[in-house]
Design a protein around this ligand. Structure first.
Ligand SMILES: C[S@@+](CC[C@H](N)C(=O)[O-])C[C@H]1O[C@@H](n2cnc3c(N)ncnc32)[C@H](O)[C@@H]1O
Length: 313
Protein backbone atom coordinates (compact mmCIF):
# COMPACT_ATOMS: atom_id res chain seq x y z
CA UNK A 1 0.00 0.00 0.00
CA UNK A 2 1.50 3.30 -1.02
CA UNK A 3 -0.11 6.43 0.41
CA UNK A 4 1.63 9.10 -1.62
CA UNK A 5 4.74 9.41 -3.70
CA UNK A 6 7.77 10.59 -1.81
CA UNK A 7 10.43 12.98 -2.87
CA UNK A 8 12.21 14.41 0.13
CA UNK A 9 13.37 17.40 -1.95
CA UNK A 10 9.75 18.58 -2.02
CA UNK A 11 9.74 19.15 1.70
CA UNK A 12 12.33 21.90 1.55
CA UNK A 13 11.22 23.33 -1.80
CA UNK A 14 7.80 24.18 -0.50
CA UNK A 15 7.56 24.87 3.22
CA UNK A 16 3.79 25.33 3.16
CA UNK A 17 3.20 21.81 1.90
CA UNK A 18 1.56 19.20 4.12
CA UNK A 19 3.86 16.63 5.73
CA UNK A 20 4.73 14.08 3.06
CA UNK A 21 3.98 10.49 3.96
CA UNK A 22 4.68 7.14 2.48
CA UNK A 23 4.24 3.54 3.47
CA UNK A 24 7.61 1.95 4.09
CA UNK A 25 7.34 -1.81 3.43
CA UNK A 26 10.57 -2.40 5.37
CA UNK A 27 8.68 -1.71 8.60
CA UNK A 28 6.48 -4.76 8.24
CA UNK A 29 7.53 -7.32 10.89
CA UNK A 30 10.74 -5.39 11.45
CA UNK A 31 12.81 -6.15 14.52
CA UNK A 32 13.54 -2.49 15.16
CA UNK A 33 16.02 -3.17 17.96
CA UNK A 34 18.15 -5.18 15.56
CA UNK A 35 17.63 -2.90 12.56
CA UNK A 36 18.56 0.44 14.06
CA UNK A 37 21.85 2.09 14.79
CA UNK A 38 21.87 5.12 17.13
CA UNK A 39 18.09 5.18 16.70
CA UNK A 40 18.28 5.39 12.89
CA UNK A 41 16.89 2.77 10.49
CA UNK A 42 19.61 0.61 8.92
CA UNK A 43 17.33 -1.00 6.30
CA UNK A 44 15.88 1.96 4.50
CA UNK A 45 16.81 5.44 3.36
CA UNK A 46 14.50 8.00 1.71
CA UNK A 47 15.26 9.10 -1.85
CA UNK A 48 17.76 11.72 -0.66
CA UNK A 49 19.90 8.80 0.60
CA UNK A 50 20.30 10.09 4.16
CA UNK A 51 19.38 8.70 7.56
CA UNK A 52 15.91 8.59 9.06
CA UNK A 53 15.03 7.89 12.66
CA UNK A 54 12.95 4.84 13.54
CA UNK A 55 10.13 6.21 15.71
CA UNK A 56 7.43 4.71 17.89
CA UNK A 57 3.81 5.87 17.28
CA UNK A 58 3.80 8.22 20.28
CA UNK A 59 6.49 10.44 18.72
CA UNK A 60 3.71 12.40 17.00
CA UNK A 61 2.20 13.11 20.42
CA UNK A 62 5.57 14.45 21.55
CA UNK A 63 5.68 16.87 18.60
CA UNK A 64 2.20 18.31 19.21
CA UNK A 65 3.20 20.81 21.93
CA UNK A 66 6.12 21.99 19.75
CA UNK A 67 3.80 22.68 16.83
CA UNK A 68 1.22 24.38 19.04
CA UNK A 69 3.77 26.51 20.84
CA UNK A 70 5.46 27.64 17.61
CA UNK A 71 2.06 28.48 16.20
CA UNK A 72 1.16 30.66 19.18
CA UNK A 73 4.56 32.29 19.47
CA UNK A 74 4.68 33.26 15.82
CA UNK A 75 1.12 34.55 15.68
CA UNK A 76 1.21 36.51 18.96
CA UNK A 77 4.79 37.73 19.15
CA UNK A 78 5.48 41.45 18.99
CA UNK A 79 7.01 41.94 15.58
CA UNK A 80 10.06 43.75 16.91
CA UNK A 81 11.25 40.73 18.89
CA UNK A 82 13.39 38.11 17.19
CA UNK A 83 12.26 34.54 17.54
CA UNK A 84 14.64 31.57 17.64
CA UNK A 85 14.06 27.84 17.78
CA UNK A 86 16.78 25.75 19.44
CA UNK A 87 16.96 21.97 19.24
CA UNK A 88 19.86 20.54 21.25
CA UNK A 89 19.19 16.90 20.21
CA UNK A 90 17.79 17.49 16.73
CA UNK A 91 18.13 14.04 15.12
CA UNK A 92 18.15 13.66 11.29
CA UNK A 93 14.98 15.73 10.69
CA UNK A 94 12.92 12.89 9.22
CA UNK A 95 11.28 9.95 10.88
CA UNK A 96 9.75 6.64 9.97
CA UNK A 97 6.81 5.56 12.12
CA UNK A 98 7.72 1.96 12.84
CA UNK A 99 4.11 0.78 13.12
CA UNK A 100 2.71 2.29 9.91
CA UNK A 101 5.84 2.95 7.88
CA UNK A 102 4.85 6.58 7.43
CA UNK A 103 7.70 8.99 6.75
CA UNK A 104 7.22 12.40 8.32
CA UNK A 105 9.07 15.55 9.22
CA UNK A 106 10.46 16.06 12.71
CA UNK A 107 10.75 19.38 14.58
CA UNK A 108 13.70 20.90 12.69
CA UNK A 109 11.79 20.66 9.40
CA UNK A 110 8.27 21.48 10.57
CA UNK A 111 9.45 24.47 12.64
CA UNK A 112 10.90 25.92 9.41
CA UNK A 113 7.31 26.37 8.21
CA UNK A 114 6.69 28.95 10.95
CA UNK A 115 7.83 32.53 10.89
CA UNK A 116 10.85 31.85 13.09
CA UNK A 117 13.87 34.10 12.51
CA UNK A 118 16.60 31.60 13.24
CA UNK A 119 16.96 27.90 14.08
CA UNK A 120 19.93 26.53 16.04
CA UNK A 121 20.12 22.77 15.61
CA UNK A 122 22.58 20.38 17.18
CA UNK A 123 23.26 16.66 17.15
CA UNK A 124 26.35 14.70 18.15
CA UNK A 125 25.89 12.13 15.37
CA UNK A 126 27.58 13.25 12.09
CA UNK A 127 25.09 11.19 10.00
CA UNK A 128 22.21 13.15 11.52
CA UNK A 129 23.95 16.44 10.90
CA UNK A 130 24.59 15.50 7.25
CA UNK A 131 20.95 14.50 6.81
CA UNK A 132 19.75 17.73 8.44
CA UNK A 133 22.02 19.88 6.25
CA UNK A 134 20.70 18.27 3.07
CA UNK A 135 17.05 18.48 4.14
CA UNK A 136 17.35 22.10 5.23
CA UNK A 137 19.57 23.23 2.36
CA UNK A 138 17.21 25.81 0.87
CA UNK A 139 16.76 27.47 4.26
CA UNK A 140 20.37 27.51 5.39
CA UNK A 141 20.26 31.33 5.62
CA UNK A 142 18.19 31.07 8.77
CA UNK A 143 19.63 27.87 10.20
CA UNK A 144 22.87 27.12 12.07
CA UNK A 145 23.70 23.44 12.50
CA UNK A 146 26.20 22.19 15.07
CA UNK A 147 27.75 18.77 15.37
CA UNK A 148 28.80 18.91 19.01
CA UNK A 149 28.27 17.42 22.39
CA UNK A 150 25.36 19.28 23.96
CA UNK A 151 27.58 20.41 26.86
CA UNK A 152 29.83 22.27 24.45
CA UNK A 153 27.18 23.95 22.33
CA UNK A 154 24.92 25.64 24.92
CA UNK A 155 27.20 28.56 25.74
CA UNK A 156 27.97 29.11 22.05
CA UNK A 157 24.26 29.34 21.17
CA UNK A 158 23.59 31.61 24.17
CA UNK A 159 26.22 34.05 22.88
CA UNK A 160 24.49 34.18 19.49
CA UNK A 161 21.07 35.11 20.92
CA UNK A 162 20.32 38.83 20.90
CA UNK A 163 19.15 40.65 24.07
CA UNK A 164 15.68 41.29 22.70
CA UNK A 165 15.07 37.79 21.33
CA UNK A 166 12.71 35.10 22.55
CA UNK A 167 13.79 31.52 22.02
CA UNK A 168 12.03 28.20 22.32
CA UNK A 169 14.25 25.22 23.03
CA UNK A 170 13.33 21.55 22.69
CA UNK A 171 15.48 19.26 24.85
CA UNK A 172 15.05 15.64 23.85
CA UNK A 173 17.93 13.47 25.12
CA UNK A 174 17.98 9.67 24.77
CA UNK A 175 18.38 9.39 28.51
CA UNK A 176 19.37 11.51 31.45
CA UNK A 177 23.04 10.62 31.18
CA UNK A 178 23.21 12.86 28.10
CA UNK A 179 22.04 16.00 29.78
CA UNK A 180 23.06 18.33 32.61
CA UNK A 181 21.19 21.00 34.55
CA UNK A 182 24.20 23.25 33.99
CA UNK A 183 23.57 23.15 30.23
CA UNK A 184 20.19 24.89 30.74
CA UNK A 185 21.92 27.44 32.98
CA UNK A 186 24.43 28.24 30.25
CA UNK A 187 21.88 28.32 27.45
CA UNK A 188 19.41 30.58 29.23
CA UNK A 189 21.84 32.95 30.98
CA UNK A 190 20.46 36.50 30.63
CA UNK A 191 18.14 35.32 27.85
CA UNK A 192 14.48 34.45 27.55
CA UNK A 193 14.60 30.84 26.49
CA UNK A 194 11.34 28.90 26.89
CA UNK A 195 11.94 25.20 27.40
CA UNK A 196 10.19 21.97 26.50
CA UNK A 197 12.13 19.21 28.22
CA UNK A 198 11.69 15.51 27.69
CA UNK A 199 11.89 14.39 31.32
CA UNK A 200 12.93 10.81 30.74
CA UNK A 201 13.71 10.07 34.32
CA UNK A 202 11.33 8.74 36.90
CA UNK A 203 9.13 6.05 35.41
CA UNK A 204 11.83 3.57 34.64
CA UNK A 205 13.53 1.78 37.49
CA UNK A 206 16.36 0.62 35.26
CA UNK A 207 17.64 4.21 35.58
CA UNK A 208 17.84 4.24 39.29
CA UNK A 209 20.50 4.79 41.87
CA UNK A 210 22.39 1.67 40.92
CA UNK A 211 23.94 3.46 37.95
CA UNK A 212 26.33 6.36 37.96
CA UNK A 213 25.16 8.68 40.74
CA UNK A 214 27.27 11.62 39.57
CA UNK A 215 25.29 11.65 36.34
CA UNK A 216 22.09 12.10 38.34
CA UNK A 217 23.63 14.89 40.40
CA UNK A 218 24.55 16.61 37.14
CA UNK A 219 21.14 16.04 35.61
CA UNK A 220 19.25 17.52 38.57
CA UNK A 221 21.92 20.06 39.57
CA UNK A 222 21.57 18.77 43.12
CA UNK A 223 21.82 15.50 45.04
CA UNK A 224 18.35 15.89 46.60
CA UNK A 225 16.98 13.27 44.19
CA UNK A 226 18.60 10.67 46.50
CA UNK A 227 16.05 11.34 49.24
CA UNK A 228 13.26 10.68 46.77
CA UNK A 229 14.93 7.48 45.58
CA UNK A 230 15.32 6.36 49.18
CA UNK A 231 11.70 7.07 49.97
CA UNK A 232 9.98 5.41 47.03
CA UNK A 233 10.20 1.79 46.11
CA UNK A 234 9.39 0.26 42.73
CA UNK A 235 5.67 -0.04 43.50
CA UNK A 236 5.48 3.73 44.16
CA UNK A 237 6.61 4.45 40.66
CA UNK A 238 4.17 7.28 39.87
CA UNK A 239 4.82 9.05 43.20
CA UNK A 240 8.52 8.74 42.58
CA UNK A 241 8.28 10.13 39.05
CA UNK A 242 6.14 13.05 40.19
CA UNK A 243 8.33 13.87 43.16
CA UNK A 244 11.39 13.88 40.90
CA UNK A 245 9.63 16.15 38.44
CA UNK A 246 8.68 18.53 41.23
CA UNK A 247 12.32 18.65 42.28
CA UNK A 248 13.41 19.32 38.69
CA UNK A 249 10.91 22.17 38.34
CA UNK A 250 12.15 23.68 41.62
CA UNK A 251 15.67 23.58 40.21
CA UNK A 252 14.45 25.46 37.12
CA UNK A 253 12.80 28.08 39.38
CA UNK A 254 16.24 28.76 40.88
CA UNK A 255 17.58 29.94 37.53
CA UNK A 256 14.75 32.30 36.67
CA UNK A 257 12.02 29.99 35.34
CA UNK A 258 8.68 31.06 36.77
CA UNK A 259 6.30 28.90 38.70
CA UNK A 260 3.03 28.44 36.79
CA UNK A 261 0.26 30.74 38.11
CA UNK A 262 -1.59 29.68 41.27
CA UNK A 263 -4.23 27.06 40.62
CA UNK A 264 -2.40 25.87 37.52
CA UNK A 265 0.55 24.18 39.18
CA UNK A 266 1.91 21.38 37.04
CA UNK A 267 -0.37 22.14 34.12
CA UNK A 268 2.84 22.79 32.26
CA UNK A 269 3.48 19.04 32.20
CA UNK A 270 2.50 16.97 29.18
CA UNK A 271 2.50 13.20 29.69
CA UNK A 272 3.34 11.04 26.68
CA UNK A 273 1.59 7.68 26.42
CA UNK A 274 2.17 4.44 24.60
CA UNK A 275 -0.54 2.78 22.49
CA UNK A 276 -2.03 1.13 25.62
CA UNK A 277 -2.33 4.53 27.32
CA UNK A 278 0.49 3.78 29.76
CA UNK A 279 2.54 6.89 30.65
CA UNK A 280 6.01 6.63 29.20
CA UNK A 281 7.55 9.96 30.05
CA UNK A 282 6.70 13.61 30.51
CA UNK A 283 7.39 16.83 28.68
CA UNK A 284 7.95 19.75 31.04
CA UNK A 285 7.37 23.26 29.78
CA UNK A 286 9.13 26.17 31.53
CA UNK A 287 9.29 29.87 30.81
CA UNK A 288 10.68 33.06 32.35
CA UNK A 289 7.62 34.90 31.01
CA UNK A 290 4.05 34.81 32.32
CA UNK A 291 2.85 34.73 28.73
CA UNK A 292 4.63 31.41 28.22
CA UNK A 293 2.23 29.81 30.70
CA UNK A 294 -0.77 31.48 29.06
CA UNK A 295 0.19 29.77 25.80
CA UNK A 296 0.74 26.57 27.70
CA UNK A 297 -2.79 26.71 29.11
CA UNK A 298 -4.21 27.03 25.59
CA UNK A 299 -2.10 24.11 24.38
CA UNK A 300 -3.64 21.78 26.94
CA UNK A 301 -6.91 21.54 25.07
CA UNK A 302 -5.09 19.91 22.17
CA UNK A 303 -3.00 17.46 24.17
CA UNK A 304 -3.73 14.53 26.48
CA UNK A 305 -5.49 15.72 29.67
CA UNK A 306 -3.59 15.87 32.90
CA UNK A 307 -5.04 16.40 36.32
CA UNK A 308 -2.56 16.88 39.07
CA UNK A 309 0.70 15.47 40.31
CA UNK A 310 0.44 12.75 42.90
CA UNK A 311 3.05 13.74 45.39
CA UNK A 312 3.12 13.07 49.08
CA UNK A 313 6.46 14.49 50.15
C1 LIG B 1 15.94 10.89 21.45
S1 LIG B 1 16.87 11.38 20.04
C2 LIG B 1 15.97 12.85 19.67
C3 LIG B 1 15.82 13.14 18.23
C4 LIG B 1 14.72 14.11 17.91
N1 LIG B 1 14.63 15.22 18.82
C5 LIG B 1 13.38 13.39 17.83
O1 LIG B 1 12.38 14.00 18.06
O2 LIG B 1 13.34 12.23 17.51
C6 LIG B 1 18.35 11.98 20.74
C7 LIG B 1 19.33 12.56 19.73
O3 LIG B 1 20.38 13.16 20.46
C8 LIG B 1 21.63 12.86 19.87
N2 LIG B 1 22.60 12.89 20.99
C9 LIG B 1 22.87 11.89 21.88
N3 LIG B 1 23.79 12.31 22.77
C10 LIG B 1 24.07 13.59 22.46
C11 LIG B 1 24.94 14.58 23.03
N4 LIG B 1 25.70 14.31 24.11
N5 LIG B 1 25.00 15.81 22.46
C12 LIG B 1 24.24 16.09 21.37
N6 LIG B 1 23.40 15.20 20.78
C13 LIG B 1 23.32 13.97 21.32
C14 LIG B 1 21.43 11.51 19.21
O4 LIG B 1 22.30 11.37 18.09
C15 LIG B 1 19.95 11.54 18.80
O5 LIG B 1 19.81 11.99 17.48
Amino acid sequence: MKLTGFDSQDSHNDQKKEVITMYNPNCQNCNFKKNTSNGNCTRYKPTDGFSIRCSPPWTIEKYKPINLYCHMLTSKLEKKRKLNYIDLFAGPGQYCDRSSGMIYDGPPLFVLRYDVDHLYLNDINPDNVKALSVRIKKNMGRVTIYNKDVDLVAREINERLSDDSISFCFIDPDDIENFKYDTIKQLSKDREVDLLINFTYGLDYRWSVHSNQNKYNEYFGTDKWRFIEDKYKANDIIFRAHALMKLYIEQLNKIGYLKPPAGREYKNIFPIHNTRQGTLYYLIFASKRREGYEFCKKMRAYTIPWRKLQIDI
